[in-house]
Design a protein around this ligand. Structure first.
Ligand SMILES: NC(=O)c1ccc[n+]([C@@H]2O[C@H](COP(=O)([O-])OP(=O)(O)OC[C@H]3O[C@@H](n4cnc5c(N)ncnc54)[C@H](OP(=O)(O)O)[C@@H]3O)[C@@H](O)[C@H]2O)c1
Length: 280
């Protein structure tokens, strides 16, 4: 993958303190990009920055490793998101790529989910994305271009038992991105969504913490992937002169999901079987 032309470009990543966001930050920094790291927890952000700087020190100036800047932010808070973008511009002067990645999962049946849980997850996963996009768009228009990447999920296309409201947030992000892509056609602002399958991150621990029990992994182990693999696919797309509209880090799932959307009855059967196998 040729990433030479990415040197000196800036990427702002939300949810950069852990999992896919952190792996993407490290991959982009290794490609020479300037990385703005954001999340709520400062300690974990500092660890991500330290890892980036350690890699840079290990190889000296020839590594092309980019700089990391930390700006904590809660994507649920309007002022916090506005400050994130203002401070990013103050520090680096431009935003070539926004990766709206912050999010979490929720394990509960539709019947058992409280109204507050639904509003909370939409507040982070969907409205958190909306807030970031609303800040990024005028900046990118002024710059004359940019790339907005939104972390959706494979379940944007096919819902999963016990993850119905989570999947709804991911479908909402995907719909929003699809509309933007059409609305921005003819401009130099590109929009991509990322659709990971189950990925080994803190995601499932957080889901278990919220559920008050160990929910295990929803995806069969054979279909799990690493955050580094997802990050590599994201970086590859950033490096393209015409970024792909959708990044599916596991192409086989894309095929399976297409079949299930064409035959919804089959989709329900497959996801029910997966769920039953996991819950014993
Ligand atoms: N892991 C999977 O199987 C999987 C599959 C498909 C899609 N995804 C998507 O991938 C994205 C990243 O998840 P992950 O798997 O990497 O999980 P993760 O390791 O738990 O990381 C989540 C990140 O989001 C941040 N975050 C959460 N709420 C936030 C808020 N209100 N404001 C700012 N930052 C916030 C967290 O940091 P703080 O808590 O410190 O804020 C953390 O950095 C999510 O959008 C998720 O839906 C994950």
């Amino acid at each position: 993958m040729n990433t030479q032309h990415l040197k000196g470009k800036t990427i702002l990543i939300t949810g950069a303190s852990s999992g896919i966001g952190k792996a993407t930050a490290i991959a982009c920094a290794k490609a020479g990009m300037r990385v703005v790291l954001s999340a709520r927890g400062l300690d974990a952000l500092e660890q991500t920055a330290a890892q980036i700087n350690m890699a840079k020190d290990a190889f000296g100036d020839t590594s092309g490793g980019g700089d990391a800047i930390i700006i904590p932010c809660d994507v649920c808070d309007d002022d916090s998101v506005q400050t994130l973008f203002e401070q990013t511009l103050d520090a680096v002067g431009k935003i070539d790529v926004l990766y709206a990645n912050a999010g979490y999962g929720l394990f509960a049946s539709i019947e058992d989910t409280a109204d507050k849980q639904i509003r909370d997850i939409f507040e982070t996963n969907f409205y958190g994305t909306v807030r970031c996009v609303n800040q990024a768009l005028p900046i990118m228009r002024k710059q004359g271009g940019g790339h907005i990447i939104i972390c959706s999920s494979a379940c944007s296309e096919i819902s999963l038992p016990m993850y119905g409201y989570y999947a709804a947030t991911k479908a909402a992000q995907d719909s929003m991105a699809g509309a933007m892509r059409a609305e921005l056609a003819g401009t130099e602002i590109h929009v991509s969504t990322v659709h990971p399958i189950g990925t080994y991150t803190d995601f499932f621990n957080q889901v278990s913490n919220k559920a008050g029990k160990d929910v295990g992994l929803n995806t069969p182990d054979s279909l799990m992937q690493t955050p580094e693999h997802v990050a590599k696919c994201i970086l590859k797309n950033i490096a393209r002169s015409k970024p792909k509209p959708e990044v599916w880090p596991h192409w086989f799932t894309r095929l399976g999901v297409s079949l299930c959307t064409a035959f919804p009855g089959l989709g329900a059967k497959v996801t029910r079987k997966m769920h039953q196998r996991k819950s014993g």
